[in-house]
Design a protein around this ligand. Structure first.
Ligand code: XUL
Ligand code: CO
Length: 443
């Protein structure tokens, strides 16, 4: 690292420093002060920011209407493994300069796919060794690893849900290796996003069999983690559509049903992505609350969609109101544990400068840091929490408590209403009052 750090890939950019809300420096943090101590922990430890290797170091701005627009100076050479190492040096310099303690990758983001599985595995081994050195030299850690089971044409009909068992076997071999790589690098989680685990048309699909195959695949992953002693948390990342028309892990609720149906619920939590939540017709907070309600909130893929577009735009999120509400839910749930906030977000196609990579992450990190502080204030103040508690207080004692403890019945309750309670009184939900109250914290 010493050598590669000396040869800087970002000669014009210094480590991004915290300068406070009044700073006019676009390359400084306004709200994210990594060393600020809150409740005995630094902000860096609370927020556990992570950089997504695929967008920030493999994304080139290509879209269905044209090729890439983003050209990076470190992408040069002819040997794919040497290019991958050089790129990784640049990536770790970026992680260091942006003060992110974690990164996340797909196997094929960090190492090139070879002509055979054996060659791909050898490539991955070489890059994992390089990553190990860079992690040691910089102190940057791996939030999670995963396998890319969707880009290669072999996966066009899915991986674990492919109608061809040969493809299932290949995917199993690839995930086995990706789990080994994640373990070797001390990954704190392992993510399963069902890339093409869904269908385009039911005319050619046996939905029941495909879901059972997906479950068999995940059971094998659980068994293999035990076998190799991988202690990281397994995470399912739901998404309703794109690339397939219907994805099996549609949202958190369908993910919970799937995991429980196949006896997998003890081994998985959820990696919730903002843009996936909105594609499913939910808010970010809704998905967090659904996972938290069953103790399965794992990690966050931090991004945002565009309400006017119907696909996964993976933008950096600077919407402080949306993030503050999400943070309130996350704090109420007791935090993310081994999870973190991973910027699964990409630059717009015309944002072609390396500075843009910094501006984008600075904006995202500042928005989350500000949201975190505002959420702490909201919780400390307690007015919102108290409002909700009071709203349900009729369940705290008497027949309400009996309902919660399942100690009453239709017959008992009928008698109670007829003899004593009569007609319920109207009780306002005070939504507008609450919306105004929320705004007093934001401004
Ligand atoms: C795709 C997506 C993935 C996962 C990891 O929409 O979010 O990048 O986060 O496979
Ligand atoms: Co994601």
């Amino acid at each position: 690292m010493e050598g590669s750090m000396a040869k800087t890939h970002f000669p014009k950019i210094k480590t991004v420093a915290y300068e406070g809300p009044g700073s006019g420096n676009p390359l400084a943090f306004k709200h994210y002060n990594p060393e600020e101590i809150i409740g005995g922990k630094t902000l860096k430890e609370h927020l556990r920011f992570s950089i997504a290797y695929w967008h920030s170091f493999r994304g080139v701005g290509a879209d269905p209407f044209g090729p890439g627009t983003i050209v990076r100076p470190w992408e040069k050479g002819t040997d794919p493994v040497s290019i991958a190492k050089n790129r990784m040096d640049a990536a770790f310099e970026f992680f260091t300069k942006i003060q992110a303690p974690f990164y996340a990758f797909h196997d094929r983001d960090i190492a090139p796919e070879g002509r055979t599985l054996a060659e791909s595995n050898r490539n991955l081994d070489k890059i994992v060794a390089h990553a190990k050195q860079l992690q040691k030299a910089t102190g940057i850690k791996l939030l999670w690893g995963t396998a890319n089971l969707f880009s290669n044409p072999r996966y066009m009909n899915g991986a674990a849900t492919n109608p061809d068992a040969h493809v299932f076997a290949y995917a199993a071999a690839q995930v086995k290796k990706a789990m080994e790589a994640t373990k070797a690098l001390g990954g704190e989680n392992y993510v399963f996003w069902g890339g093409r685990e869904g269908y385009e048309t039911l005319l050619n699909t046996d939905l029941k069999r495909e879901q059972a195959h997906l479950a068999a695949f995940l059971h094998m992953a659980v068994d293999y983690a035990k076998e190799i002693g991988f202690k990281g948390q397994f995470l399912i990342e739901p998404k309703p559509k794109e690339p397939t028309k219907h994805q099996y892990d549609f949202d958190v609720a369908s993910g919970i049903a799937f995991l429980r149906t196949f006896g997998l619920e003890k081994h998985f939590k959820f990696n919730i992505e903002t843009n996936h939540a909105t594609l499913a017709g939910h808010t970010f907070s809704h998905e967090i609350e659904v996972a938290a309600a069953v103790g399965m909130l794992g990690s966050i893929d931090a991004n945002s969609g565009d309400m006017l577009l119907g696909w996964d735009t993976d933008q950096f999120n600077t919407d402080v109101k949306e993030l503050t509400l999400a943070m309130v839910s996350i704090l109420r749930a007791g935090g993310l544990g081994s999870g973190g906030f991973n910027f699964d977000a990409k630059l717009r196609r015309a944002s072609t400068d390396v500075e843009d990579l910094f501006y984008a992450h600075i904006g995202g990190m500042d928005a989350y840091a500000l949201a975190f502080k505002l959420a702490l204030k909201i919780r400390a103040d307690g007015k919102l929490e108290k409002f909700v508690q009071d709203r349900y207080s009729s369940y705290d004692g008497d027949y309400g408590a009996a309902i919660e403890k399942k100690k009453t019945s239709f017959k008992d309750l009928e008698k109670l209403v007829l003899k004593k309670l009569g007609e319920p009184k109207s009780r306002s939900g005070h939504q507008e009052y609450l919306e105004n109250l929320l705004n007093t914290y934001l401004h």
